[in-house]
Ligand binder design. Structure first.
Ligand code: ARG
Length: 482
């Protein structure tokens, strides 16, 4: 059974059938398809197309199909071309001829666009909560890296800190901050963890914002020109949970912007995850040694017994490439399509499903891997050398009244002098400083990295106070999304 056999005298070639069939992909929209049909049946009943009995029978049949899908009892047959055909075929098995009235005024073109939008609408909150879980893991790590962490879930439950000795007491964990992957200025580890939080926050915001463009109902647009019966599209939209109805039927059946945008949001998030992953890969090397993965999130080598590999993070980095490819693929499919529905559009769903599955597989693993990572505060601390406080040295002279340009140059001379004498900057005698500029005995204080950190006390800076404020904002933000 096809939905379109009437005008053909020959059956579709088997290979062409296989190419044309989208069931392997679109059966994931089964529930959305049935929901859409239930709502459509009511709409055409109200429009006088279905009698009360027909409507009751169709609704009952669709409810049964809904249950069959939910319980995994639904069986497809080889002639099911796509999910829409399968549902209608099953409906006719269940209720007979009345099933043939369901498709009145509707086309698979507005139907598939509706199903797809419903699918994306249910994926958005699922992804959001997976992002929130990872964001929470980042905030928990940030709290652990502070001297007096605010309580967090694990701690309340009495689970010991997973992040190594000395955490959560005394001094905050400090580390080198990098630009160009060169040591730049000391920062709080908490600040570094949270930098990834904010990137993910924007991803979640983009997901939420996208909702308003997804929640536009195409159903009632027919194949392209609109429905010929007096269907109340507004109440149809309401019954399916859409916020509004599309205003142009030609656009409605062809618009896949929401899918492309969704793929962009997923890709951008994957790029953020990839950047985080790359830093974890780097920081777990023997050369850095800042972090150590727990065994549960590391893999070994079949050849080299000593290896402990960060595969989870490498895969995260790798999958970002795949996701960007999915976005690029769909954009290429959409480019240059003539109005309105074209079968090319059948290529729209697989990338969206794959991107969703990929993120839903990465996000919980990343969160769990980060929650069990061991931080090496001593390694981080010992990677901070006094040249990283050269800016503070210049700032010191600025406080003595020098213009920053001059201060920068004099501080540079101190760096050079220490380099030439092969000593650390704080080992140069005061006379050496005074020969260069208006330095006084208090100059040596600038070499305390925590001083340097706490001076950066503007909103968004790395000082302990700023970072504590930042954590409160992160916590509030997570709450509002719940
Ligand atoms: N399987 C199709 C898709 O995913 C459904 C729409 C078919 N429309 C058509 N005019 N053949 O796009």
């Amino acid at each position: 059974m096809t939905l379109w056999g009437g005008r053909f005298s020959q059956k579709l070639d088997d290979l062409a059938w296989a190419l044309n069939s989208s069931l392997p992909v679109d059966q994931r929209m089964a529930i959305q398809d049935v929901d859409g049909s239930i709502a459509w049946a009511s709409a055409i009943h109200k429009a006088g197309i279905l009698s009360d009995e027909e409507h009751a029978s169709i609704s009952l049949g669709l409810d049964t199909i809904h249950k069959e899908f939910s319980s995994g009892q639904f069986s497809f047959v080889p002639s099911d071309e796509d999910i829409h055909t399968a549902v209608e075929r099953r409906l006719s098995e269940l209720i007979g001829a009345a099933a043939g009235k369901l498709h009145t005024g509707r086309s698979r073109n507005d139907q598939v666009a509706t199903d797809f939008r419903l699918w994306v609408l249910q994926a958005i909150p699922e992804l959001t909560s997976a992002f929130n879980n990872l964001q929470t893991a980042l905030v928990e790590q940030a709290e652990l890296a502070l001297p007096h962490p605010q309580p967090f879930s694990q701690r309340e439950k009495g689970v010991p800190s997973p992040t190594g000795e000395g955490k959560g007491e005394g001094e905050p964990t400090i580390m080198p901050g990098y630009t160009h992957l060169q040591r730049a200025q000391p920062i709080l580890l908490a600040h570094w963890w949270l930098s990834h939080y904010w990137a993910l926050k924007r991803d979640v915001e983009r997901l939420q914002d996208l909702t308003k463009r997804v929640t536009v109902l195409p159903l009632g647009s027919g194949a392209l020109a609109g429905a010929p019966f007096a269907v109340d599209r507004d109440s149809l939209a309401k019954s399916l949970g859409f916020a509004e109805v599309s205003q142009n039927s030609l656009d409605a059946v062809s618009d896949r912007d929401f899918a492309a945008e969704y793929l962009f949001v997923c890709s951008m998030a994957a790029v953020h995850l990839s950047k985080l992953a790359e830093q974890v890969v780097l920081y777990t090397t023997a050369e850095f040694g800042f972090l150590e993965l727990s065994d549960a999130f590391s893999t070994g080598s079949s050849l080299m017994p000593q290896k402990k590999n960060p595969d989870v993070f490498e895969l995260t980095r790798g999958k970002a490439g795949t996701l960007i490819g999915l976005l690029t693929g769909l954009m290429s499919t959409l480019k240059g399509l003539p109005s309105t529905y074209d079968k090319d559009l059948q290529e729209d769903k697989a990338p969206v499903f794959q991107a969703t599955d990929t993120l839903l597989s990465i996000l919980p693993v990343m969160a769990a891997a980060l929650r069990t990572i061991t931080v090496k505060p001593e390694r981080m601390r010992s990677a901070i050398d006094s040249t990283m406080m050269a800016t503070d040295l210049a700032d010191y002279l600025v406080e003595k009244g020098l213009p920053f340009r001059e201060a920068h140059s004099l501080a540079g001379r101190v760096v050079r002098e220490a380099g030439e004498k092969n000593v650390r900057m704080e080992e140069l005698p005061l006379e050496a400083y005074q020969a260069i500029g208006p330095f006084e005995a208090d100059v040596y204080q600038v070499f305390d990295p925590l001083e340097s950190i706490n001076k950066r006390n503007t909103v968004g800076g790395t000082s302990l106070q700023s970072v504590k404020n930042q954590i409160s904002k992160c916590r509030e933000n997570i709450q509002t999304l719940k």
